[in-house]
Write a protein that binds this ligand. Structure first.
Ligand SMILES: O=P(O)(O)OC[C@H]1O[C@H](O)[C@H](O)[C@@H](O)[C@@H]1O
Length: 285
């Protein structure tokens, strides 16, 4: 038995609010196919959402999980991070079952996307919510007659109470591109303590990552697993760059850390008719 979920309004935009029977909750805007909130069962908000974010057509939301496609950052001729995050997506399905809640959203090419990127595609974002799990899947089908290349990411902004008390585990031994210093390096220590101004593309990420936060009497442990995506981007703008972001408070960087499932280093080549799938699965332990 499943119950359909109707479109509601959140942040002045069309949205789906997923609620699983065990009390977990997630909100997805049709604008950008953008998850803006996730509260696991018995837990607190896991995503950072800037109080100064724009919620307007054609603009990107600052926080949550922007879908980056078909170009990561400025690595190509398109607008930064491509167009998917600022386009209206269509709702395919939203329902609650006795075990979970699920939404599927779709973005296809149109005259505007083909002007910049001359390919026919179908992107599908599936979000499954249950208990302390959030599973995010991005699928891309090549609907054109020729192969195309793209880069992509699920650019998740995790909320932290205090950046100084947050750490990321599971990166040791990985090579990364340091986008601040423009140099390739290797992660030697297991625990990454993300101070400000950090922008790294870790390549060939196979093991789960763990975002940890030490409170006075509690410890938050959020497991981040990815599949289909080769790389993980860890980003925090730090004080100086944060001030330059018009849609973020000056000290907003202290409350967030991006850990993104991404394919950046080697673009994905998708043959005509083929489908690529990437996912980021989150579990509050
Ligand atoms: O400000 P945006 O266009 O949303 O980009 C935000 C950030 O995204 C990624 O994490 C990149 O690695 C950063 O270099 C970039 O600054």
């Amino acid at each position: 038995m499943s119950t359909p979920i109707a479109i509601s309004r959140q942040h002045g935009m069309d949205a789906i609010v997923l609620e699983s029977p065990d009390g977990a909750r997630a909100t997805i805007l049709l604008h950008g196919g953008h998850i803006v909130s996730w509260v696991p069962a018995g837990g607190a908000e896991q995503f950072y959402l800037s109080p100064q974010s724009a919620f307007a057509s054609g603009q990107a939301v600052r926080g949550g999980v922007p879908v980056i496609f078909p170009q990561f950052a400025g690595r190509g001729p398109l607008q930064k991070h491509g167009f998917a995050r600022s386009k209206p997506w269509q709702l395919v399905l939203a329902e609650q079952t006795s075990e979970d809640a699920l939404a599927v959203l779709r973005l296809t090419d149109d005259a505007a996307t083909r002007m910049f990127w001359p390919h026919a595609f179908e992107l599908e974002l599936s979000v499954r919510l249950s208990g302390r799990d959030l599973q995010i899947e991005l699928a891309c089908e090549n609907k054109s007659e020729q192969a195309f290349d793209f880069t992509a990411a699920l650019h998740s902004y995790f909320r932290v109470n205090d950046l100084d008390e947050a750490s990321v585990q599971g990166l040791s031994g990985l090579h990364y591109w340091d986008s601040v210093e423009n140099v390739e390096k290797m992660q030697r220590v297991d625990l990454l303590l993300p101070g400000g101004d950090l922008d790294r593309i870790y390549t060939q990420v196979k093991e789960p990552l763990l975002l940890r936060e030490q409170g006075i009497s509690t410890e938050r442990r959020l497991q981040i697993r990815q599949q289909g995506f080769d790389d993980a981007v860890v980003w925090n703008p730090g004080a100086t760059k944060c001030v330059q972001l018009a849609d973020m408070p000056a000290d907003g960087y202290k409350q967030m850390l991006c850990i993104e499932a991404a394919t950046v280093a080697h673009p994905i080549r998708l043959e005509a008719g083929d489908v690529w799938v990437g996912r980021q699965d989150l579990t509050l332990l």
